[in-house]
Design a binder for this molecule. Structure first.
Ligand code: FUL
Length: 443
């Protein structure tokens, strides 16, 4: 269905790139904050710490990867360098690294080997803000940062799927100011790791979701106009919801910590999120078509702590239970368009309110639907509604705006013999996978 300029909106044009496809499929992966802060109970190290504080007693990146794999995650992003400037690899461009710590081991190399062993993708977080490096605040620091990117992305640690540029810069009014050469940083990533997506507040490839709670907007466009953003001045609401009809494909990633802080500390063992809370976050991120980057920080041994592991495994069981009962249905019909073996539905362009219905053999209890948009031509759906046929006729069950790659919607239980999905607004050609599945998810 091509509606063109309907509702004053242009037809969608931005489409995902090859590197975006691979990223969208990852859905849920681990964030790992690890470094001197793990040993000093700080969130933002000053960079003046003695590197010897970094002293894991039993580092085991295999253990991290086993836990992440068992938890259903597909990748890991490690803080190779946080704001304190400490490098988890023996960088030749710094004197504040694992080498000076006395620990001596290259954490990036160990993680890279473990990721290979467990079939996980690896990503790196490199903070441009550096509170240790003597060159910080001068043009030469850009050369240092590019050199560090070359060390990390040059091949020694294998293929990197995402490079995470943090936007924080907590320098006070008298602090050092750095003019970052982001264009050069991005070119370096493209040259050395052409398949990697680049994350920062507003892309270029992946955007921050505008909060650190793990939730995407209920309205979640994958597009923004990138040229409206200047580093360090996020347009928070727009980062959360995206921009309808935006020029650039820059989907949001939802980052949140399983604990209160980003780094492990014993006093926060009691703040590990419950499996119920983690499920709610997952429904609010992956269930709204975004990716979830869940921080699970290793402890002072250099391992994921038992409390975090337990929460992750129970959360996984809850996800499995949610999808354990897909309802058998027969296609009840569709208003127009084509379907290929029932998997893909593309309504006719002339159809102003395309509908797809599914029929149950008997009146059936239902409280969740999953709808999947096909995104090859861009993100089109801007309004939709699900209705159910009860004993006394049709009733609206739930409605929303965007769909995106995956939209999971829970609602109060209804008993219906038919369910109908109607697309009420779109920016371009609509295409759906399946086109939707209904579930009864027991509480
Ligand atoms: C923020 C940083 O300042 C925090 O320390 C943490 O790394 C978080 C994921 O990003 O901007």
């Amino acid at each position: 269905m091509t509606i063109g300029l309907q509702n004053g909106m242009p037809q969608q044009t931005a489409v995902p790139t090859e590197r975006h496809w691979a990223w969208h499929d990852l859905e849920y992966y681990a964030f790992v904050h690890f470094g001197p802060n793990t040993f000093t109970n700080q969130e933002w190290g000053s960079g003046l710490e003695d590197p010897k504080v970094f002293a894991p007693t039993n580092l085991d990146t295999d253990q991290w990867c086993r836990v992440f794999k068992d938890a259903g995650m597909k990748a890991v992003i490690l803080t190779a360098k946080h704001h304190d400037g400490f490098c988890l690899w023996p960088s030749k461009l710094s004197t504040h690294t694992v080498r000076e710590s006395g620990f001596g081991r290259d954490v990036l190399a160990e993680l890279s080997a473990s990721c290979k062993k467990y079939g996980l993708k690896m990503g790196v977080y490199l903070s441009p803000w550096d509170r240790n490096h003597p060159k910080y605040g001068t043009p030469e620091y850009n050369d240092v940062f590019v050199g560090m990117l070359e060390e990390v992305l040059g091949g020694k640690y294998g293929e990197i799927f995402e490079v995470w540029f943090d936007g924080a810069n907590g320098e006070g009014p008298n602090g050092k100011r750095q003019v970052y050469d982001f264009a050069r940083f991005n070119q370096t990533v493209r040259k050395l790791q052409p398949k990697a997506v680049i994350f920062s507040d507003a892309g270029p490839d992946i955007r921050w979701v505008g909060n650190e709670d793990g939730y995407a907007g209920k309205t979640n466009w994958y597009t923004i106009d990138r040229d409206r953003y200047v580093p360090g001045t996020p347009l928070y609401a727009e980062l959360t919801e995206g921009k309808k009809g935006g020029k650039d494909w820059v989907p949001s990633e939802c980052d949140v910590s399983i604990r209160k802080g980003w780094f492990w500390r014993a006093s926060e063992d009691t703040t590990v999120k419950t499996p119920e809370k983690l499920l709610d976050i997952w429904l609010g991120s992956v269930g709204r078509g975004s990716n979830l980057l869940l921080n699970v920080p290793p402890d002072r041994r250099g391992q994921i702590s038992p409390a975090d592991e337990k929460a992750l495994m129970e959360f996984k069981k809850m996800r499995e239970k949610l999808f354990a009962n897909p309802l058998d249905s027969i296609n009840g019909g569709f208003s127009s368009g084509s379907q290929n073996h029932g998997w893909v539905w593309t309504p006719d362009e002339s159809d102003k309110s395309p509908t797809w219905a599914i029929r149950f053999p008997n009146p059936t209890e239902c409280n969740m639907v999953e709808i999947r948009e096909i995104l090859g031509g861009g993100q089109a759906i801007a309004g939709w509604k699900v209705s159910g046929l009860a004993k006394d006729g049709w009733h609206e069950v739930t409605r929303g705006t965007t769909i995106g790659r995956r939209r999971i919607v829970q609602f109060s239980k209804v008993k219906v013999s038919e369910l109908k999905l109607e697309i009420t607004e779109s920016l371009g050609t609509v295409s759906l996978l399946m086109p939707f599945t209904a579930y009864f998810a027991e509480p």
